[in-house]
Design a protein around this ligand. Sequence first.
Ligand code: ATP
Ligand code: MG
Length: 291
Amino acid sequence: MKYDRLLVPEGKTIRLKDYDPAYTGKFAAKEDAAGKLQSDIVKLAALQDVLYAQNTYALLLIFQAMDAAGKDGVVKHVMSGVNPAGCQVVNFKIPSAEELSHDYLWRSMKQVPARGHIGIFNRSYYEEVLVVRVHPEILRNQKIPPSLVGKDIWKERFEQINAYERYLTRNGTVILKFFLNVSNKEQKRRFLERIDTPEKNWKFSSADVRERAFWKDYMKAYEDIFSNTSTPWAPWHIIPADRKWFTRTAAADIIVRTLESLNLKYPAADPEHLKGLKDARTALEEGDSST
Ligand code: ATP
Ligand code: MG
């Protein structure tokens, strides 16, 4: 199965109305996709093991979405088989005072996954061309010298982000970016469900409802992000998110196919290491016979 149509082409003007949030590919229902998701989760666990052993590449997965689109669910399900020791999730929230005293990429740099690891950014520096764009007062709070904040600020940030991602990928960090595309109607339904279900009350925030008022501005900002920052080295995928089971299946498929394309191999032991193994075996066996 190919999800190439979810991949955002480079340098094309993207309109979200061309992307159906309820699309489910060749699957009619959750049950049809369950086997595929399960087998990808198993594959992902095996691939992560080699990634870790090889210790050269890192994988950075970036998730962006409107509230209640299912970011947490994707992370939880898709990564359910991986070894937690080689996987870190970082949630990017409103910047702290210390973070605001630095340039906007500063806080991401130290969270980028180490070689051999999978790093998940739950939100990311893309908030800097998103929520910061939708709410200009946030930009005013960033203490940037006013002479450096011109009308091209967003274009400049896209350039900076593309260059930053180029830098990371050229140093061995593979980057995949996912936008979970939930519809306005489905978001409303999920908010109402959070209000009406006691076990889901904790997920509800009235701030999220206030952000709904800016839906159109967010969509415009996202479209500009996709039109300017989907690159061969760090592509965006627009994942339909009205059916949670499909979101998870599609994301798992893309992650598995990307890791497979790296042709990862367990490192072969060099002659010296092999001799060490042989000597250790002899020592262990001799130790046993003397007891
Ligand atoms: P959940 O609600 O599932 O816990 P979340 O990612 O929505 O996950 P919240 O604490 O609700 O987490 O929201 C984080 C908030 O921080 C979002 O409103 C986001 O826009 C905001 N945020 C993230 N990065 C920045 C940034 N660089 N500048 C300003 N606001 C940011
Ligand atoms: Mg939230």
